[in-house]
Design a protein around this ligand. Structure first.
Ligand code: PXP
Length: 257
């Protein structure tokens, strides 16, 4: 299970900057091209209810270019289901969403929301999508995700990233162990394991080192870092750090910083 670790680059915040002024600059599709050239394996976009970053037409322009497999993150609502069915993407990741939140806070509680989420998962799987559920590293969430027929779970690393920011190493270790155990349990259930949220150059290593994790989805940090070192260099550096954590070998490329 510890093969190539895929990097999905989330380009939402390229659109956030674009939308601050209207118009088309910076163009998320151009960022997608850079991501591809820098070694990303996929693109992630979150079409939020309020369209604060990625907008419907971005799905069309990304699909028209066929740059990399696209993972569409969305709330489990009828509106989003309809859009997902009209815009075939490689994968769909169901995430929780409340209009007032700044970002995705906490995982989707698939156990509590089973009755509303299960039919959406079923419809998407029938339509040929790879369905991922963004969940906390909790055995119950994994069991329900499997029972619903999702092929993938993305483990929420937000609490891990927060603990890292506070410098509480004991808490970082506890949460890393929870994530590693969830990855093991999920993989044993036949789920493909992804992880993401709040990952940076500093904190990506221990998550990338979890052997069952097949993909990391990373956005905000890369777009922020792009201001200083450029998007291509930021992605190459992240890719190198991921490979280094996975293989235990020092990074040989992307060693800016
Ligand atoms: N994975 C999921 C499911 C997300 O919703 C997000 C964005 O909130 C990310 C990964 C990327 O998180 P970040 O932008 O903090 O890297």
């Amino acid at each position: 299970m510890s093969g190539h670790l895929r990097l999905g680059v989330n380009i939402d915040h390229v659109a956030t900057i674009r939308n601050a002024r209207g118009g088309g600059h910076p163009d998320p599709v151009r960022a997608a091209r850079v991501a591809r050239d820098a070694g990303a394996d996929g693109l992630t976009v979150h079409l939020r209810e309020d369209r604060r970053h990625i907008r419907d037409h971005d799905l069309e322009t990304l699909a028209a270019e066929v740059l990399l497999p696209v993972n569409l993150e969305m709330a489990a609502t009828d509106e989003m289901l309809d859009i997902a069915l009209r815009h075939p993407t490689h994968a769909v990741c169901l995430v929780p969403e409340r209009r007032e939140e700044r970002t995705t806070e906490g995982g989707l509680d698939v156990a509590r929301l089973h009755n509303s989420i299960a039919p959406i998962v079923r419809t998407l799987v029938h339509a040929g999508r790879r369905v991922s559920l963004f969940v906390e590293p909790d055995p119950i969430q994994l069991a329900v995700a499997e029972a619903m027929g999702a092929q993938v779970v993305e483990l929420h690393t937000g609490a891990y990233a927060e603990a890292w920011l506070t410098g509480d190493q004991a808490r970082v270790q506890v949460i890393t162990a929870q994530l590693a155990e969830a990855a093991r349990l999920g993989a044993a259930r036949g789920l493909e394991i992804h992880a993401g949220h709040g990952l940076t150059f500093d904190n990506v290593g221990p998550i990338a080192a979890i052997p069952e994790v097949a993909e990391l989805n990373i956005g905000h940090f890369l777009v922020g870092e792009a201001l200083f070192i450029g998007l291509e260099a930021a992605i190459r550096r992240m890719r190198a750090l991921m490979d280094q954590a996975r293989t235990g070998k020092a990074a040989t490329s992307g060693t800016i910083r």
